[in-house]
Design a protein around this ligand. Structure first.
Ligand code: SAM
Ligand code: SF4
Length: 343
């Protein structure tokens, strides 16, 4: 843990008790999704009523306060963010917030073919597309829905729209995804997509997670080095990123590993989260939330609302724990599953 322990955030900065400054806000725009990935959602999901979700104007208002406190980067997620109507309108509003210099999106890509162009025009900077398999039968076993063709069409459309640094995220689960690793790597090398493998975290709605099912980044890397070629460690493109990056020695791009279970990076965490229903969280595994929606809808004057939202951010950051604690006896799964938080 770097830095000295602090008891109050420095003025204008979201610094927690362990010296971590927060510059990244993950914003979920919906809990709905057009897939039902087994590691995330239940087969039968119930969703928040529409009126409980923050409006785009409310999200932009929170983003404005956050930017004043040092947030520089916003990533939209969900649920499936592209299921929310006119997401490009939100991107446009967020890209215009003074202080926000990076607006990114994580999507399953099913609706990307239609939306890539308007999103790009609205000012979306970066795009992560989740893709666990290039075989339709395996895709369907994991996602409980078909859709591989649409994801591939979405990727092509994103490239045509001018997104250059497109990243593919793949979750690694023992007994499920081992055979997908090498084909995904070959695809990303050929298409020049950056590939990231993410360890399975205990955030699945079905409660099927266990330590044994975590296929570690180290194991995935060993498979890649055995079957594809040597990988050399390289400096992170972004110092705050959780992924540890490697480059193919033949120059065919990079592979990153996000290993929250086998190699937690909590000491470098710079993220806060806003759920689709307007709750601030300081960690994926947080068991406490701070209700920004209630403040936004309190009917108070604009200045008062903004001051109270800023105070909520301060409380949220000061309550952040040193680490998520997965694997410790005291670890408690959050009540929400991944799709209800925003990954
Ligand atoms: N629906 C969008 C998508 O799939 O990209 C955005 C939301 S999804 C919750 C964000 C990311 O979280 C995806 O890359 C997904 O694979 C990942 N994810 C979901 N559940 C996970 C889990 N239990 N462990 C690790 N990653 C998970
Ligand atoms: Fe939907 Fe993304 Fe969760 Fe899959 S990981 S069920 S695409 S929210």
């Amino acid at each position: 843990m770097s830095g000295t322990r602090r008891t109050v955030p420095r003025a204008g900065r979201l610094v927690d008790r362990f010296g971590r400054a927060h510059t990244d806000l993950r914003v979920s725009v919906t809990d709905r999704c057009n897939l039902r990935c087994t590691y995330c959602m239940p087969e039968e999901a119930t969703f928040r009523p529409r009126e409980e979700l923050l409006t785009y104007e409310e999200i932009a208002r929170v983003a404005g306060v956050a930017a004043g406190l040092g947030i520089r980067s916003i990533r939209l997620t969900g649920g499936e963010p592209l299921m929310r109507a006119s997401l490009d309108e939100l991107v446009r509003q967020l890209a215009a917030v003074p202080g926000i210099d990076d607006v990114a999106l994580t999507t399953n890509g099913l609706l990307l073919a239609e939306q890539a162009e308007p999103l790009r025009r609205a000012g979306l900077h970066r795009l992560n597309v989740s893709l666990d398999s290039l075989r339709e039968d395996v895709f369907e076993r994991i996602a409980r829905r078909r859709g591989l063709d649409r994801v591939l069409a979405g990727l092509a459309a994103a490239r045509a729209a001018g997104f250059d640094a497109i990243r593919i995220n793949a979750v690694s689960i023992r007994g499920l995804t081992e055979d997908e690793i090498v084909p995904l790597a070959a695809f990303c090398r050929r298409e020049r997509f950056e590939l990231r493998f993410i360890e399975f975290m205990p955030l699945d709605a079905d409660g099927g997670w266990s330590d044994e099912r975590v296929l570690s980044g180290r194991e995935v890397r060993a498979i890649l080095e055995r079957d594809v070629g040597p990988l050399a460690p390289v400096d992170a493109l972004d110092p705050g990123q959780p992924a540890v990056d490697f480059a193919w020695d033949d120059g065919a791009g990079r592979v990153g590993f996000i290993d929250p279970v086998s190699a937690p990076f909590c000491d470098r965490c710079d993220r806060l989260r806003l759920t689709a229903d307007g709750q601030l969280r300081n960690c994926l595994f947080s068991t406490t939330e701070w209700d920004a929606r209630a403040v936004l809808r309190s009917g108070e004057a604009d200045g008062e609302v903004k001051a109270r939202i800023a105070a909520l951010f301060g409380k949220c950051v000061l309550a952040k724990r040193a680490a998520h604690g997965i694997g410790s006896p005291a670890f408690e799964r959050p009540a929400r599953a991944m799709y209800q938080i925003g990954g």
